[in-house]
Design a protein around this ligand. Structure first.
Ligand code: ATP
Length: 460
């Protein structure tokens, strides 16, 4: 699997082959925004569909919602985001670059900065003579807090109100918890899943789609009785590792990082990050947090609506506790690309760039080629192409030498290439080539769909 130590070839491949484009490029770009091209959009959709299938459809204890991006502004007061969803920033007065001050300090200390006050950070930067990473100046402003929520004015009878773009999908789930209890006949323990956009005005975005200002999350809030939190936490943690294996991430590159007491968010009693060995270093891919009953309690308090659950057997009333596994979609895509990317020398000395995606999430499942651009071959190839296209995202390619067509599909991570040759016209068989082993075998056209299905291990 991938041995690369830089994101550069991945960023280049993503642009060249239609996975990810820089946002608003014709206007010179719009910093830290990206657009998923046709193959990136397919990859993303496959990841989200597999998530929904795994965690909603295949389980008895889960339901899914699709909540709004704009929530009542009070919700962000209750959740603590208005007050506490801040980073500490510092500006270089000379080149006007902006930095996370804790990151500058971490570079000097070689460890994470926790619990340092703004004035201590300002002092540290001055005393240690920290330079601006961009221009080398030591002329910094004082450190100050910066709320990461994007806000937008909303017209309202008699004036204006500020609305916030959600910085996490979780709160939309908490706001719908009562509706789910009232309408869905769910019993604790149960979970609510949601996939959707979140927005954060990050001070230092970067590393391609790793840290962006608009991204997608796949989140689960799992509602439990307090006494069961530890077991629920470890069960979900192992579900998260199973998920990483399911999408094909190399288990040797997936690790856990336990948050220390000082690192825990205001709502969490235990948090573990699932970290991945990205080319730029080991960094957070996913997280799981025991959020206690913090969110529901606060929303009950702020909305004045009771959010208790009544145990149907004992009639005991209580506010459920919550374990939250959270998965970033964009970081999943980046990890999948890094994990799958390889540059290989073939036996004939030729080089190929290949994405070894798991067939489950590969954006294109099959490609069909006529060996040559001869009418009878083209006609048969189009027939096979249309047959496969009914089941899976399939491409047709008749342009150029067959080797080049294989290379083009390798770069997209297409697991199977099917070639129609002269023998096909005689006995209705085709060759099917495996992307990873490069082995080819002959299969009757009549058997092609079940054979491909078996290889892909996918539903029809
Ligand atoms: P980080 O420490 O990297 O800023 P976080 O701990 O703030 O991340 P969470 O609030 O736990 O992140 O968000 C849940 C998930 O959402 C993360 O595990 C990550 O996959 C994803 N995520 C968070 N922020 C971003 C971002 N700016 N760009 C892309 N994905 C993000």
């Amino acid at each position: 699997m991938s041995k690369i130590d830089s994101l550069k070839p991945i960023v280049a491949l993503c642009k060249r082959r239609g996975f990810v484009y820089p946002g608003s490029e014709i206007y010179g770009g719009f910093a830290n925004t990206y657009s998923y091209g046709p193959y990136g959009a397919e990859l993303k959709k496959n990841v989200k569909d597999l998530f929904w299938k795994t965690f909603v459809h295949e389980r008895e204890d889960m339901v899914g919602i699709d909540g709004p991006i704009l929530l009542h502004p009070q919700a962000w007061k209750a959740s603590g985001h208005l007050e506490g969803f801040n980073d500490a920033l510092i500006d270089c007065k000379d080149c006007k670059s902006r930095f996370r001050v804790d990151h500058l300090i971490e570079d000097v200390l070689g460890k994470e900065v926790v619990g340092m006050s703004l004035s201590d950070m300002t002092l540290f930067v001055k005393e240690k003579g920290i330079h601006c990473p961009k221009c080398g100046s030591k002329n910094f402003t004082d450190a100050r807090t910066f709320n990461l929520m994007f806000h937008t004015p909303m017209s309202k009878t008699g004036g204006e109100e500020v609305a916030y773009l959600r910085p996490e999908t979780a709160q939309a789930i908490f706001l719908d918890y009562k509706n789910i209890i009232d309408t869905m006949r769910v019993k604790i323990p149960f979970g609510i899943a949601q996939i959707g956009k979140a927005f954060r005005n990050e001070i230092t975005p970067g590393n391609f789609i790793f840290r962006v200002i608009e991204f997608e999350q796949m989140e689960i809030e799992y509602f439990i009785e307090e006494k069961n939190w530890e077991k629920t936490f470890t069960d979900w943690l192992s579900c998260m590792h199973n998920w990483c294996a399911l999408i094909g991430l190399d288990p040797n590159k997936v690790h856990e990082k336990e948050h220390s007491k000082e690192e825990l968010s205001h709502y969490s009693k235990r948090t573990v990050d699932i970290v991945y060995d990205f080319p730029f270093g080991r960094s957070e891919l996913y997280g799981i947090a025991y959020r206690t009953d913090f969110d529901l309690k606060r929303h009950a308090e702020f909305s004045k609506v009771p959010l208790e659950y009544t145990n149907p057997e004992t009639k005991e009333r209580f506010i459920p506790h919550v374990v939250e596994p959270t998965f970033g979609v964009d970081r999943t895509i980046l990890a999948l690309l890094c994990n799958a990317y390889d540059e290989e020398t073939l036996e004939n000395g030729e080089m190929r760039t290949v994405l070894h995606f798991s067939p489950k999430i590969a954006p294109v499942k099959c490609a069909v080629f006529p060996l040559m651009k001869k009418e009878a071959l083209v006609e048969k190839a189009r027939e096979v192409y249309l047959l496969l296209k009914k089941h899976w995202n399939t491409e047709y390619d008749e342009g150029g030498a067959i080797g080049r067509r294989y290379r083009r599909q390798d770069e997209l991570g297409t697991p199977y290439c099917i070639t129609i040759d002269f023998e096909t016209l005689e006995n209705q068989t085709v060759t099917i080539r495996d992307r990873d082993t490069l082995k080819q075998k002959r299969v009757a056209i009549g058997d092609l769909v079940p054979v491909v299905q078996e290889h892909l291990q996918l539903d029809l």
